[in-house]
Design a binder for this molecule. Structure first.
Ligand code: FES
Length: 140
């Protein structure tokens, strides 16, 4: 049974062999993904240009678990929604590139797994994130 603010999404077994499921919850397009033992929920479409982030590959990069967008290969940290990229010091190109977390661009949501069921509490953080543009269903 869902607690206050939690919305039922599906059962764990509904995630299927790719360990993910895209769904509309309260007029928002989100996806659930399981990576290792962790469950994550993010907006489905990529903050960059609306690509199908939910269909991306999962990669461990620089100690973070990321989703790689199929369209332009941007990396999104599954835990925080930050964009994640390799940066160099242009004044010291002998140093290897280092993984760097940028701003939060993709909205993440809270996942709760209880009795084999998955619930989501949609993010209530103030302000607008870049992914909002592609994931809120417009009222007709
Ligand atoms: S739309 Fe995702 S990287 Fe461009």
């Amino acid at each position: 049974m869902a607690e206050a603010n939690e919305l039922y999404v599906c059962s764990v077994s509904d995630l299927g062999t790719r360990n993910r499921k895209r769904i509309t919850v309260a007029a928002r397009d989100i996806f659930i993904v399981k990576a290792g033992d962790q469950f994550y929920a993010l907006d489905s479409f990529c903050y960059h240009a609306g690509g199908p982030l939910y269909n991306g590959d999962i990669e461990d990069l620089g100690g973070r678990t990321c989703m790689v967008c199929p369209w332009h290969k941007y990396k999104v940290c599954l835990n925080t929604g930050q964009n994640y990229y390799q940066s160099v010091d242009p004044h010291n190109l002998d140093k290897p590139p280092k993984w760097t977390a940028g701003e939060v661009r993709q909205r993440t949501h809270t996942v709760t797994v209880r009795d084999g069921n998955i619930y989501v509490t949609l993010s209530s953080c103030d302000g607008t994130l870049d992914s909002d543009h592609y994931n809120k269903h417009k009222e007709k």
